[in-house]
Design a protein around this ligand. Structure first.
Ligand SMILES: [Zn+2]
Length: 338
């Protein structure tokens, strides 16, 4: 994807937020009540599509006053299946962070860990992570030691790309994208909501959790709505990002395979004809299939099937009325081993 497109995405975000501050309430879609988890049909094998937000702050952060009850109520009203909390890390934030089911929304404990070279989100934390005077690699290692997912937040500000072992990047900040798509290829991409409530600007308050939860969501394809299964899905990259402000996304699937095997976003498959990619959408839209970071096929469709005849990193971007709507994680097609 071109740098220009990412910049325009960033501008679009700025536009939305400014508009929100000037003319509350935001005229966002009202999500239909989601199908209850038990009744929701699987989208692939026994995986269901779970929709939620990653990167959310509460009163446990110095820069937010949000109460857990308000966040939980906003999550319910927005039909979220999960919220991954990321208060700025302190022993108190870990000790008092909310976990488990709040109504029908699963809360997972995480933290935002700032250090000299940028911020890292740890998701699925069990214990406090000492971060002062620590290098990014030490923080990532400490997160992995407690089986948490490590995601680089604000990657445009992150400075130490010598690190390894992290699971993902927060893409919506990623203004320079991936001239270097290969560098980032074995990764999960997420969109951080970075929800703080009640931002004061020009004497007005905006950015309620309910508004912020309408803007964009991360979807995880997982077996069950449990912390264990969602973390597995997160680490495996079984994920896509939905810009809900352009339309509710109840499901989406990017898969590849043949008659005998099928893989989904985040997975690797060896190239042996007749390999096909498939994109399934909830409504007709403009599908871009990218190969190694460049647009390779385009089709306006509800369902798009295409042959894959070369190894590469394939991912999907969907545009609705010219607006970015759905961004998938990649499928990796590798040459068959000799
Ligand atoms: Zn944050």
């Amino acid at each position: 994807m071109s740098q220009r497109r990412w910049i325009s995405l960033a501008l679009l975000w700025g536009g939305v937020l400014l508009c929100g501050c000037a003319s509350l309430p935001l005229h966002l879609y009202v999500p239909p009540a989601p199908i209850p988890v038990e009744e929701r049909p699987p989208i692939f094998g026994d995986y269901k599509d779970y929709r939620g937000v990653i990167h959310c702050h509460s009163f446990l952060s110095h820069d937010s006053r949000g109460q857990i009850a308000d966040i939980a109520a906003a999550a319910q009203a927005s039909g979220l299946d999960f919220v991954m909390m990321t208060d700025h890390i302190t022993p108190e934030a870990i000790a008092h962070g909310v976990t488990g089911m709040q109504g029908t929304t699963l809360f997972i404990l995480g933290a935002e860990i700032a250090q000299a070279n940028g911020s890292i989100l740890g998701i699925g934390l069990k214990r406090f992570v000492e971060h002062k005077q620590k290098k990014a690699q030490e923080i990532i290692d400490a997160l992995k030691a407690q089986n948490a997912a490590a995601i680089i937040a604000y990657p445009e500000k992150f400075r130490d790309w010598s690190v390894s072992g992290y699971d993902g990047l927060e893409i919506y900040n990623l203004k320079s994208d991936v001239q270097d798509e290969y560098k980032f290829s074995l990764l999960l991409w997420i969109a951080g909501t970075n929800a703080h409530n009640n931002v004061r600007l020009l004497g007005r308050t905006f950015g309620t959790y309910h508004q912020l939860f309408q803007l964009l969501t991360n979807h995880l394809l997982a077996r069950n709505l449990t912390e264990e299964d969602l973390l597995l899905a997160l680490k495996a990259g079984h994920a896509y990002v939905a810009f809900d402000l352009f339309g509710y996304v109840p499901f989406f699937l990017f898969s590849a395979g043949d008659d005998s095997r099928q893989v989904i976003m985040g997975e690797t498959i060896s190239l042996s004809p007749p390999l096909r990619g498939e994109v399934r959408l909830p409504e007709r839209a403009d599908i871009h299939v990218l190969k190694d970071g460049a647009v390779w096929r385009r089709e306006e469709a509800l369902f798009f099937r295409f042959p894959i005849t070369a190894a590469g990193v394939y991912r999907v971007e969907v545009y609705k009325g010219g607006k970015p709507w759905i961004f998938s994680n990649p499928i990796y097609v590798v040459a068959p081993s000799p």
